[in-house]
Ligand binder design. Structure first.
Ligand code: SF4
Length: 387
């Protein structure tokens, strides 16, 4: 792993947009292990890791692939991510995946899981149903059963059986990973000029491809390099929180555009799998139960999660305060039902708290940013002038 900042970022970018799965193929050749793809937002990577599998995030092809056949599978009024995932599949780019997991976050992903079953009947294709009831005796038992079934499916593919000892070790390494990600987020909050979001995004996106141990090294090298870099100086930018992009990812150019328009992004929803579980998962006791309990009671609020006793938007307001953001950018994928159905409730909470906000939509292959640049620039200026 390189320690030179520019080389490190180049490596991260190659991994982040490796639509031909070159890294995964090389990893399989080297280790003989199984690669299991997963769609956003969250899968329990600890379990896959404990059984010797490589969890591989499939976040769409962005603007790197022309969609030719993927459009034929979907109506026009849905988001872009499933089209590019279909295109990746039809062009053989995901053939190296021994299985694919489709977490239950929306109807689009559920339909995609059905299509995948028809497209690749010989491969494991699993809809990972996650509970929307957070009582351990109900949702907890249900989720544990889901995880046990997933684990048994992996064994049928050739993975090693799950043991408590291996799962504890995997939870421990992912706990270290959570701490490292939080450290980078904190550094960006404190000194956003040192950690441009366009860089942090690449580093985090590389982390859905790399094995967790290698990604820990990459993050440590990046953090050391930017801390040591004295050439990065603060600028008079507005601090904003970017929300809504938890599944389909905005193009890198859009993130750069927001920064160039005068915004420091001090918190975001990007590559959320790394931060879905908020704190370290205990390793004592039954580790599978601990994984289940973390999902039930220690995850971020998300439009894809049912909130039974909370107030929609309250967590967002709290994040604005915690990150000392001066404004909020609602930045959701076009036609994303979970993000856009939640947005009015979030706006109500945000306005009540007196937080300035603006909103725009994107697709992962959006190529024109001038309008967003003007909008975000005006928003940043208005914060600087009047907030
Ligand atoms: S972008 Fe939104 S609608 Fe599309 S697959 Fe993701 S969560 Fe579902």
């Amino acid at each position: 792993m390189s320690t030179d900042l520019q080389t490190l970022l180049q490596e991260a970018e190659e991994l982040a947009f490796d639509i031909d799965s070159s890294y995964v193929k090389a990893w399989k050749e080297k280790t003989g292990g199984l690669a299991i793809g997963y769609l956003p937002i969250y899968v329990p990577r600890e379990l896959l890791h404990a059984q010797g599998c490589l969890p591989v995030g499939v976040l769409g092809a962005g603007d790197n692939l022309e969609i030719i056949r993927g459009d034929a599978y979907y109506q026009s009024y849905i988001c872009h991510l499933p089209r590019s995932v279909i295109e990746l599949g039809l062009t053989g780019r995901l053939d190296c995946m021994d299985g694919m997991l489709f977490p239950a976050i929306c109807d689009v992903i559920r339909n995609l899981s059905g299509m995948w079953k028809m497209m690749a009947p010989e491969k494991l294709s699993r809809y990972l149903d996650v509970p929307q009831n957070f009582d351990p005796e109900t949702g907890g038992l249900f989720y544990r059963h889901e995880l046990e079934e997933l684990s048994a499916d992996l064994v049928k593919l050739g993975a090693r059986p799950l043991t408590d000892e291996a799962l504890r070790a995997s939870i421990e390494v992912y706990n270290r990973h959570r701490v490292a990600v939080q450290s980078l987020y904190r550094l960006r909050q404190d000194e956003p000029w040192k950690v441009p979001s366009s860089e942090l995004y690449l580093i985090l996106r590389a982390g859905v491809i790399l094995p967790v141990e290698e990604h820990l090294e990459m993050m440590a090298s990046y953090e050391a390099a930017v801390r040591a870099d004295t050439t990065r100086k603060p600028m008079d930018q507005a601090r904003v929180l970017l929300t809504g992009s938890f599944c389909e990812q905005p193009p890198l150019g859009l993130i750069k555009t927001l920064e160039r328009s005068g915004c420091y992004i001090v918190d975001d929803d990007l590559i959320q799998v790394h931060r879905w579980i908020l704190s370290s998962i205990p390793t004592e006791g039954d580790p599978l139960d601990n994984l289940v309990q973390a999902f039930l009671s220690d995850t971020i609020d998300s439009p894809t999660r049912y909130i039974d006793d909370g107030v929609k938007g309250a967590e967002l307001v709290q994040r604005v305060k915690d990150s000392r953001a001066e404004g909020l950018l609602f930045c959701a994928p076009s036609f994303c039902d979970p993000a856009l159905l939640d947005q009015p409730m979030a706006v109500t909470a945000v306005e009540k708290a007196g937080i300035p906000w603006t909103s725009f939509l994107f697709s992962e292959n959006t190529g024109q940013f001038q309008v967003i640049r003007e909008q975000a620039g005006t928003f940043a200026d208005s914060i600087k002038l009047w907030s």
